[in-house]
Design a protein around this ligand. Structure first.
Ligand code: SF4
Length: 250
């Protein structure tokens, strides 16, 4: 999905203009969609957000942070009790197991401090590159790119990446985006993806990036990104359905 024949200089100028407009619409200070007051809270909220909406996670963590005030509380709570407390976020057996193991690891291996390298972060239970990069950028302000479904789809559409694999997308974006844009690329693109550049019906005619986007009203490019995303979305819907069924059974 890169633009054929586009030189590095031209692409950089295009990226700078895209970023200027994104900043104008969403501000240059990236918002944090998940509510937290410290590094481990953001880490656990991100683990809870897998296959779950931010709004639901925020509802759950509002009570969670009041009940569990320190890492030891997560380490020592019986697994079943933690599962019950996070049940509505789905996949609660795995999430509870990971959060407890993560709290234990943080206490045993890192003196209770959330580490600040991607290698150490991804060595924690339940923490992949997406979560690790989110902590690096939002807590430690280290340049890092969080690739979620919006970032993957829209970076492809904008011709700044060409992959359906999040890790490849991350490394391609490291090449195509200047470092100073890495942290806020994710939140800007989520905002764009939720309001204008939706998966199934992107609003190209009213999009403020249309003159900078190679996919604008290009059925072939839009369909190819949509097809991949639709597949992913289906699995999320399936997961959500399973989750509802599980909740009903339990
Ligand atoms: S022009 Fe269309 S495809 Fe490009 S970013 Fe805007 S909505 Fe998305």
């Amino acid at each position: 999905m890169f633009i054929k024949g586009e030189t590095d200089e031209k692409r950089e100028a295009r990226v700078r203009e895209i970023m200027k407009r994104l900043d104008a619409h969403y501000g240059s200070e990236p918002p944090i969609f998940l509510h937290s007051e410290n590094a481990w809270q953001l880490l656990f909220a991100t683990i809870l957000s897998a296959q779950c909406t931010d709004a639901r996670v925020n509802m759950v963590t509002e009570k969670l942070w009041k009940k569990y005030k320190k890492l030891e509380d997560f380490r020592d709570v019986p697994l079943e009790e933690l599962e019950e407390d996070i049940k509505s976020t789905g996949f609660y057996h795995n999430k509870a197991k990971n959060i407890k193991a993560c709290a234990t690891d943080l206490l045993d291996r890192f003196d209770g401090i959330v580490p600040d390298t991607i290698e150490e972060l991804t060595s924690l239970p339940g923490v992949g590159r997406k979560t690790g990069n989110l902590i690096l950028g939002n807590i430690y302000h280290k340049p890092s790119i969080v690739v979620d479904t919006h970032v993957k789809r829209i970076s492809n559409r904008l011709g700044l990446a060409e992959s359906n694999d999040p890790t490849k997308t991350e490394f391609q974006l490291m090449e195509t985006l200047p470092k100073e844009y890495w942290i806020r690329w994710n939140t800007h693109i989520i905002s764009l993806g939720r309001t204008i550049c939706m998966s199934a019906r992107p609003q190209c005619d009213s999009c403020y990036l249309k003159d900078l986007c190679p996919s604008c009203n290009d059925k072939e490019r839009l369909t190819s990104t949509r097809a991949k995303v639709t597949k992913g979305k289906k699995s999320i819907h399936k997961a959500e359905e399973k989750n509802v069924l599980r909740l009903k059974k339990d």
